[in-house]
Design a protein around this ligand. Sequence first.
Ligand code: SF4
Length: 292
Amino acid sequence: MTVRPRTVTVRQLERGDVLPSYDWPEAATVWGRVRSLYGLAEDGTVPVVSPWGANTKLGKDRAYPVVGLTLPAATSTLVDGGRVSLCPCSTPQCRGTCLVSSGRMGFDDNERARLARAHLLARHRPEFLGLIRRDILRELRRLRKLGARTVGLRRNVTSDVAWWLVDPTFEPWLRGVADTLGIAVVAYGYTKRRELLGDPAADLLTYSASERDRLADIASIVDSGQNVATVLPVGRHDPMPTTWHGLQMIDGDASDYRPADPTGVVIGLRWKGKARKLAPSWAGFVKPLEAV
Ligand code: SF4
Protein backbone atom coordinates (compact mmCIF):
# COMPACT_ATOMS: atom_id res chain seq x y z
CA MET A 1 0.00 0.00 0.00
CA THR A 2 1.34 3.46 -0.88
CA VAL A 3 1.41 5.92 2.02
CA ARG A 4 0.76 9.47 0.83
CA PRO A 5 3.10 12.11 2.28
CA ARG A 6 1.34 14.21 4.88
CA THR A 7 0.54 17.87 4.51
CA VAL A 8 0.88 19.88 7.71
CA THR A 9 -1.13 23.07 8.08
CA VAL A 10 -1.11 25.91 10.58
CA ARG A 11 -4.50 24.79 11.89
CA GLN A 12 -3.10 21.35 12.71
CA LEU A 13 -0.06 22.85 14.42
CA GLU A 14 -2.22 25.18 16.48
CA ARG A 15 -4.10 22.35 18.18
CA GLY A 16 -1.39 22.62 20.80
CA ASP A 17 -1.50 18.94 21.65
CA VAL A 18 2.25 18.31 21.45
CA LEU A 19 4.66 19.04 24.30
CA PRO A 20 8.29 20.03 23.74
CA SER A 21 11.06 17.53 24.24
CA TYR A 22 13.56 18.51 26.91
CA ASP A 23 15.90 15.73 25.84
CA TRP A 24 17.97 18.28 24.00
CA PRO A 25 20.87 15.96 23.06
CA GLU A 26 18.42 13.50 21.49
CA ALA A 27 16.52 16.35 19.80
CA ALA A 28 19.83 17.66 18.43
CA THR A 29 20.56 14.23 16.96
CA VAL A 30 17.18 14.28 15.20
CA TRP A 31 17.83 17.83 13.97
CA GLY A 32 21.23 16.81 12.60
CA ARG A 33 19.62 13.95 10.66
CA VAL A 34 16.94 16.26 9.25
CA ARG A 35 19.60 18.77 8.17
CA SER A 36 21.44 16.02 6.30
CA LEU A 37 18.24 15.26 4.33
CA TYR A 38 18.55 18.78 2.91
CA GLY A 39 22.23 18.54 2.02
CA LEU A 40 23.37 20.42 5.13
CA ALA A 41 26.04 19.35 7.60
CA GLU A 42 24.66 16.74 10.03
CA ASP A 43 25.15 19.04 13.00
CA GLY A 44 22.38 19.32 15.55
CA THR A 45 24.18 22.06 17.43
CA VAL A 46 23.31 24.51 14.64
CA PRO A 47 20.58 26.76 16.05
CA VAL A 48 17.01 26.50 14.80
CA VAL A 49 16.38 30.03 16.05
CA SER A 50 18.66 32.65 14.50
CA PRO A 51 20.87 34.46 17.01
CA TRP A 52 20.89 38.22 16.92
CA GLY A 53 22.92 39.46 13.98
CA ALA A 54 22.51 36.27 11.92
CA ASN A 55 19.47 37.57 10.03
CA THR A 56 19.90 40.84 8.16
CA LYS A 57 16.12 41.41 8.25
CA LEU A 58 16.38 41.68 12.04
CA GLY A 59 19.60 43.64 12.29
CA LYS A 60 18.46 47.13 11.41
CA ASP A 61 17.49 48.34 14.84
CA ARG A 62 20.52 48.42 17.07
CA ALA A 63 18.61 49.61 20.16
CA TYR A 64 17.14 46.17 20.86
CA PRO A 65 18.64 42.85 19.85
CA VAL A 66 16.09 40.64 18.10
CA VAL A 67 16.13 36.85 17.96
CA GLY A 68 14.12 35.32 15.13
CA LEU A 69 12.76 32.12 13.67
CA THR A 70 12.78 32.02 9.86
CA LEU A 71 10.73 29.35 8.15
CA PRO A 72 9.76 29.01 4.50
CA ALA A 73 6.86 31.33 3.66
CA ALA A 74 3.50 30.12 2.37
CA THR A 75 3.52 26.45 1.28
CA SER A 76 6.63 24.33 0.75
CA THR A 77 7.32 20.79 -0.37
CA LEU A 78 9.51 18.67 1.89
CA VAL A 79 12.01 16.06 0.74
CA ASP A 80 9.54 13.30 1.63
CA GLY A 81 6.99 14.77 -0.79
CA GLY A 82 4.75 16.13 1.99
CA ARG A 83 3.90 19.78 2.26
CA VAL A 84 3.92 22.33 5.02
CA SER A 85 1.78 25.44 4.87
CA LEU A 86 2.64 28.28 7.28
CA CYS A 87 0.80 31.38 5.98
CA PRO A 88 -2.94 30.61 6.09
CA CYS A 89 -4.00 34.09 4.96
CA SER A 90 -1.31 34.80 2.38
CA THR A 91 -2.38 36.35 -0.92
CA PRO A 92 -1.02 36.03 -4.47
CA GLN A 93 0.73 39.42 -4.32
CA CYS A 94 2.23 38.94 -0.85
CA ARG A 95 3.54 35.53 -1.88
CA GLY A 96 4.90 37.07 -5.07
CA THR A 97 6.79 39.78 -3.21
CA CYS A 98 7.73 37.90 -0.05
CA LEU A 99 11.49 37.76 0.35
CA VAL A 100 11.60 34.04 0.94
CA SER A 101 8.73 32.75 -1.20
CA SER A 102 9.52 29.14 -1.88
CA GLY A 103 11.37 28.61 -5.09
CA ARG A 104 11.84 32.31 -5.75
CA MET A 105 15.28 32.79 -4.26
CA GLY A 106 16.79 29.60 -5.61
CA PHE A 107 17.59 26.49 -3.66
CA ASP A 108 20.59 27.91 -1.83
CA ASP A 109 21.86 27.02 1.64
CA ASN A 110 19.52 29.49 3.32
CA GLU A 111 16.55 27.99 1.54
CA ARG A 112 17.70 24.49 2.50
CA ALA A 113 18.01 25.59 6.12
CA ARG A 114 14.48 27.06 6.12
CA LEU A 115 13.08 23.87 4.61
CA ALA A 116 14.98 21.73 7.12
CA ARG A 117 13.44 23.75 9.98
CA ALA A 118 10.00 23.31 8.44
CA HIS A 119 10.64 19.59 8.14
CA LEU A 120 11.62 19.38 11.80
CA LEU A 121 8.45 21.28 12.73
CA ALA A 122 6.19 19.14 10.56
CA ARG A 123 7.66 15.71 11.34
CA HIS A 124 9.36 16.05 14.75
CA ARG A 125 7.37 18.66 16.65
CA PRO A 126 8.49 17.77 20.23
CA GLU A 127 12.12 18.10 19.12
CA PHE A 128 11.41 21.34 17.23
CA LEU A 129 9.67 22.91 20.23
CA GLY A 130 12.42 21.74 22.55
CA LEU A 131 15.24 23.05 20.38
CA ILE A 132 13.56 26.45 20.12
CA ARG A 133 13.85 26.65 23.91
CA ARG A 134 17.45 25.47 23.84
CA ASP A 135 18.39 28.15 21.32
CA ILE A 136 16.43 30.98 22.94
CA LEU A 137 17.88 30.17 26.34
CA ARG A 138 21.39 30.07 24.89
CA GLU A 139 20.90 33.38 23.07
CA LEU A 140 19.29 35.17 26.01
CA ARG A 141 22.21 34.17 28.23
CA ARG A 142 24.67 35.45 25.60
CA LEU A 143 22.82 38.73 25.14
CA ARG A 144 22.49 39.20 28.89
CA LYS A 145 26.27 38.87 29.21
CA LEU A 146 26.60 41.52 26.50
CA GLY A 147 24.49 43.82 28.65
CA ALA A 148 21.09 43.56 26.94
CA ARG A 149 18.10 44.29 29.19
CA THR A 150 15.36 44.02 26.55
CA VAL A 151 15.33 41.49 23.73
CA GLY A 152 12.81 41.18 20.88
CA LEU A 153 11.58 37.75 19.82
CA ARG A 154 10.16 37.28 16.30
CA ARG A 155 8.98 33.76 15.77
CA ASN A 156 7.35 34.61 12.41
CA VAL A 157 10.03 36.35 10.37
CA THR A 158 8.44 34.85 7.24
CA SER A 159 5.50 32.77 8.45
CA ASP A 160 2.18 33.46 10.17
CA VAL A 161 1.76 30.92 12.95
CA ALA A 162 0.07 31.56 16.31
CA TRP A 163 2.90 30.01 18.30
CA TRP A 164 1.13 30.66 21.59
CA LEU A 165 -1.45 28.10 20.40
CA VAL A 166 1.13 25.64 19.04
CA ASP A 167 2.87 25.48 22.42
CA PRO A 168 0.83 27.05 25.24
CA THR A 169 3.55 26.06 27.73
CA PHE A 170 6.14 28.29 26.05
CA GLU A 171 5.10 31.67 27.50
CA PRO A 172 5.24 30.56 31.16
CA TRP A 173 8.60 28.95 30.46
CA LEU A 174 9.90 32.12 28.78
CA ARG A 175 8.65 34.30 31.64
CA GLY A 176 10.54 32.11 34.11
CA VAL A 177 13.74 32.27 32.06
CA ALA A 178 13.46 36.03 31.57
CA ASP A 179 12.85 36.60 35.30
CA THR A 180 15.82 34.46 36.23
CA LEU A 181 18.10 36.30 33.82
CA GLY A 182 16.69 39.72 34.70
CA ILE A 183 15.86 40.46 31.09
CA ALA A 184 12.63 41.56 29.36
CA VAL A 185 11.64 39.55 26.27
CA VAL A 186 9.05 41.10 23.95
CA ALA A 187 7.51 38.73 21.42
CA TYR A 188 6.17 40.53 18.36
CA GLY A 189 5.49 40.12 14.67
CA TYR A 190 3.32 40.83 11.67
CA THR A 191 0.19 38.93 10.76
CA LYS A 192 -2.31 38.78 7.94
CA ARG A 193 -4.79 36.95 10.19
CA ARG A 194 -7.37 39.38 11.49
CA GLU A 195 -8.77 36.83 13.91
CA LEU A 196 -5.53 36.99 15.91
CA LEU A 197 -5.70 40.74 16.55
CA GLY A 198 -6.69 41.57 20.09
CA ASP A 199 -6.03 38.04 21.39
CA PRO A 200 -4.63 38.73 24.87
CA ALA A 201 -2.39 35.66 24.63
CA ALA A 202 -0.93 36.76 21.30
CA ASP A 203 2.44 38.27 20.58
CA LEU A 204 2.38 42.03 20.00
CA LEU A 205 1.01 41.99 16.45
CA THR A 206 0.98 44.48 13.60
CA TYR A 207 -1.60 43.72 10.94
CA SER A 208 -0.04 43.49 7.50
CA ALA A 209 -2.34 44.85 4.77
CA SER A 210 -2.66 43.08 1.44
CA GLU A 211 -4.81 43.29 -1.68
CA ARG A 212 -7.74 42.06 0.44
CA ASP A 213 -7.78 45.28 2.48
CA ARG A 214 -9.33 48.55 1.33
CA LEU A 215 -8.97 51.88 3.09
CA ALA A 216 -12.11 51.25 5.18
CA ASP A 217 -10.69 47.94 6.42
CA ILE A 218 -7.39 49.55 7.40
CA ALA A 219 -9.14 52.48 9.08
CA SER A 220 -11.38 50.20 11.11
CA ILE A 221 -8.41 48.19 12.43
CA VAL A 222 -6.52 51.39 13.28
CA ASP A 223 -9.63 52.81 14.97
CA SER A 224 -9.74 49.71 17.18
CA GLY A 225 -6.27 50.61 18.50
CA GLN A 226 -4.27 48.14 16.42
CA ASN A 227 -1.52 49.04 13.99
CA VAL A 228 -1.53 48.27 10.27
CA ALA A 229 1.56 48.04 8.08
CA THR A 230 1.18 48.80 4.40
CA VAL A 231 3.51 49.11 1.44
CA LEU A 232 3.41 52.47 -0.36
CA PRO A 233 5.04 53.81 -3.53
CA VAL A 234 7.58 55.82 -1.58
CA GLY A 235 11.16 55.74 -2.84
CA ARG A 236 14.10 54.59 -0.75
CA HIS A 237 15.29 58.14 -0.05
CA ASP A 238 11.89 59.87 -0.04
CA PRO A 239 10.17 60.92 3.18
CA MET A 240 7.24 58.89 4.48
CA PRO A 241 4.03 60.94 4.91
CA THR A 242 3.04 61.56 8.53
CA THR A 243 -0.66 61.25 7.73
CA TRP A 244 -2.37 59.05 5.17
CA HIS A 245 -6.04 59.51 4.35
CA GLY A 246 -6.70 60.98 7.78
CA LEU A 247 -4.76 58.28 9.63
CA GLN A 248 -1.56 58.91 11.56
CA MET A 249 1.39 57.29 9.82
CA ILE A 250 4.90 56.49 10.97
CA ASP A 251 7.94 55.47 8.95
CA GLY A 252 8.17 51.70 9.35
CA ASP A 253 11.57 51.53 7.69
CA ALA A 254 13.19 53.75 10.31
CA SER A 255 13.14 50.82 12.73
CA ASP A 256 12.09 47.16 12.58
CA TYR A 257 11.35 47.09 16.28
CA ARG A 258 7.53 47.37 16.21
CA PRO A 259 6.98 47.20 20.03
CA ALA A 260 8.31 50.78 20.19
CA ASP A 261 5.51 52.06 17.92
CA PRO A 262 2.59 54.08 19.24
CA THR A 263 -0.77 52.30 18.91
CA GLY A 264 -3.55 53.06 16.44
CA VAL A 265 -1.25 54.11 13.58
CA VAL A 266 -0.41 53.04 10.05
CA ILE A 267 3.14 51.79 9.55
CA GLY A 268 4.27 52.99 6.13
CA LEU A 269 6.78 50.72 4.37
CA ARG A 270 8.62 51.75 1.21
CA TRP A 271 8.17 49.54 -1.84
CA LYS A 272 11.25 47.49 -2.51
CA GLY A 273 12.34 44.58 -4.67
CA LYS A 274 9.54 42.83 -6.53
CA ALA A 275 6.90 45.10 -4.96
CA ARG A 276 8.17 47.95 -7.16
CA LYS A 277 6.80 46.09 -10.18
CA LEU A 278 3.25 46.24 -8.78
CA ALA A 279 1.02 49.15 -9.77
CA PRO A 280 -0.27 50.97 -6.66
CA SER A 281 -3.96 50.15 -6.25
CA TRP A 282 -6.54 49.82 -3.48
CA ALA A 283 -7.11 46.28 -4.74
CA GLY A 284 -3.37 45.59 -4.70
CA PHE A 285 -0.56 44.91 -2.25
CA VAL A 286 1.00 48.35 -2.82
CA LYS A 287 -1.55 50.96 -1.75
CA PRO A 288 -1.74 54.35 -3.45
CA LEU A 289 -0.66 57.54 -1.75
CA GLU A 290 -3.62 59.37 -3.27
CA ALA A 291 -7.28 58.88 -2.35
CA VAL A 292 -8.36 57.44 -5.75
S1 SF4 B 1 1.84 36.02 4.72
FE1 SF4 B 1 3.74 37.20 5.09
S2 SF4 B 1 5.35 35.65 5.29
FE2 SF4 B 1 3.58 34.66 4.34
S3 SF4 B 1 3.92 34.80 2.11
FE3 SF4 B 1 2.70 36.59 2.71
S4 SF4 B 1 4.22 38.21 3.14
FE4 SF4 B 1 5.34 36.25 3.13
